[in-house]
Design a protein. Sequence first.
Length: 405
Amino acid sequence: MTIVLWDWLEFAVRWVHVITGIAWIGSSFYFIALDLGLRKADHLPEGVGGEAWQVHGGGFYRMQKYLVAPAEMPSHLTWFKWESYATWLSGFALLAIVYYLGAELYLIDRSVLDVPVWGAVVISLVGLLAGWVVYDLLCRSGLGENDNALFAVLFVFVVAAGWGFTQVFSGRGAFVHSGALIATIMTANVFFVIIPNQKIVVADLIAGRAPDPKLGSQAKQRSLHNNYLTLPVLFLMISSHYPLAFATRWNWVIAALVLLIGAIIRHFFNSMHAGKGKPWWTWGLAAALFAVIVWLSTFFDDRPDAEEASMAGPDAVAVASPAFEEARDVVLTRCSMCHAREPLWAGLAVAPKGVLLEEDADIVRQAHAIDLQAVRSRAMPPGNITEITAEERQVLAVWLAAAGQ
């Protein structure tokens, strides 16, 4: 019963994380689009930088933005911050439940770094904290005066951090930590810069003081960073379902290209909302970079005959294949303790994702998944917990290739 309750706890936290994430991303995208869509007009009140007319739900809205603040404090002011905080808190809780408590399965790969569970958790926490500190120092340095230079340096920093994670964690753990680092930066921007700056402005208004325009500029810069980081962090957070992204040789390069793709697509929408045209070339460039990602994912680890084996297809695989017996022995030895009708691995009530690998028919049925998870990539076994060897992965590759002939 404890296992069942724990599994439902993970599901509940994941559900909350998705819901709050949607709320945060939605409000972030909306306000960036609103800000870029503002238009100047002669009739605007003093201090208003622009306005936008919008229609939704059968009614019209007239939105105006003050460059610094209105002359008086409005009687009702809506703050947008809890979406961000709830997303990060639920995300960190999910990180702890899945990756800290399940570190041996999902976070640690002893072929990458043989580290105890507590050591992996410490590396994770220090990495996330240090990542925010470095980012914040870069923004507060002289680079903060030049948005383009700052973006370039921040890109290199995030890519370097992603590469660093691949040197200490499993591919799955590295990708989720790259996403967690970006999410931490985004929420910390809200908590430590955007909201505090806005509170200072509100306090100045109440006290009858003129607010400092730099406070708004700083908050806007951090908000813009969050806007460009949103699409990459979404990819990194769902990448655990795609081993060809996180468990292949050039996974850190793939993560870097995802950062670029996200920024390029956001540039399209930001340009459109700002009335600067629709740069359709961005979609072509994004598609080209995605094609590079697909190409990079074909560079498999520990597979001398990768090209030949990649021709295998699940529908062609049969038990009659002469290589099946060896492949079956590998699967039963390295995989079936978890992927069984009654899993032998402690803490598992049911086989992960319902995938069964006990009987011949099970193995044949899951040939495509075996190819993706254990042959084309090293996603399975997670963290190579059962210590499958390169030779055994090659046995699986030979079976798949032979069955496809």
